[in-house]
Write a protein that binds this ligand. Structure first.
Ligand SMILES: O=C(O)CCC(=O)C(=O)O
Ligand SMILES: [Fe+2]
Length: 227
């Protein structure tokens, strides 16, 4: 399931994030790749754990913690500290699947990547190309979102970033370990959650059906959650 989360960062948040990262030193993106993806990857990244990546990453983590759609869609257990990339002058990242386990360099913080996320930090009018193309059961989804918007997709998906042929594409990317490992189960929970929200708007939070379905929602999580 692909989920678009609009305006994780507003205009001011995007501007702050960009001011922090644009002033920092960038390095060859292959510093963080596995052997297979290194062959396909041409971009720049902020070094993992660098002061700018941490400061801008914390801004994103705070915004995600207050975003109900992110929480309902990802059911996050652990979020990898956000990384940052920049593609320009024809740079791209060919087809690959992200590593299953990510460890934060120099620490024992580890996650299983259930979900991958890209938070766009450049206005789409400012660059050509750079679509994030994700293969899913319904075909290839080409994703290019407004600055501040984010896409969440199963980390098991084959995906690529198309060459950037004008301007520069700056984004944040990271992974989430979910309390609910299965993408299908998580998709059902999101559908149920959204149906309950709209029923609650019509009937009120205290309506018997809303209370009963909220119970079903939590009882399904109780069945499926791994902590
Ligand atoms: O920049 C993106 O949208 C995704 C980057 C990516 O696929 C990766 O770094 O593994
Ligand atoms: Fe990737």
């Amino acid at each position: 399931m692909l989920v678009q989360i609009p305006q994780v960062l507003g205009k001011a948040g995007v501007a702050r994030c960009r001011a922090i990262i644009d002033a920092a030193p960038w390095v060859d993106g292959n510093a963080t790749s596995g052997v297979q993806s290194a062959q396909a990857k041409r971009n720049l990244q902020l070094p993992e754990g660098s002061p700018a990546a941490r400061e801008a990453g914390d801004l994103i983590l705070d915004a995600l913690g207050a975003n109900p759609l992110f929480i309902a869609a990802a059911l996050p257990l652990k979020v990898f500290p956000p990384l940052f990339n920049r593609y320009a002058g024809g740079q791209r990242f060919g087809n690959h699947i992200d590593n299953a386990i990510r460890q934060l360099r120099g620490t024992d913080f580890r996650i299983r990547s259930d979900l991958s996320a890209t938070l766009f930090l450049t206005d789409p009018a400012d660059y050509d190309g750079g679509e994030l193309c994700i293969e899913d059961t319904y075909g290839t989804q080409r994703v290019k979102l407004a600055a501040g918007d984010m896409v969440l997709y199963p980390a098991s998906s084959l995906h690529r970033v198309e060459p950037v042929t004008r301007g520069a594409r700056v984004a944040s990317f990271f992974w989430i370990q979910s309390t609910v490992r299965s993408d299908e189960d998580r998709a059902l929970l999101l559908q149920l959650d959204q149906a309950i929200q709209s029923l609650a708007l019509q009937q009120g939070q205290a309506a018997a059906e809303v209370v009963a379905l909220t119970g079903v929602y939590h009882n399904l999580i109780r069945r499926w959650a791994e902590l």
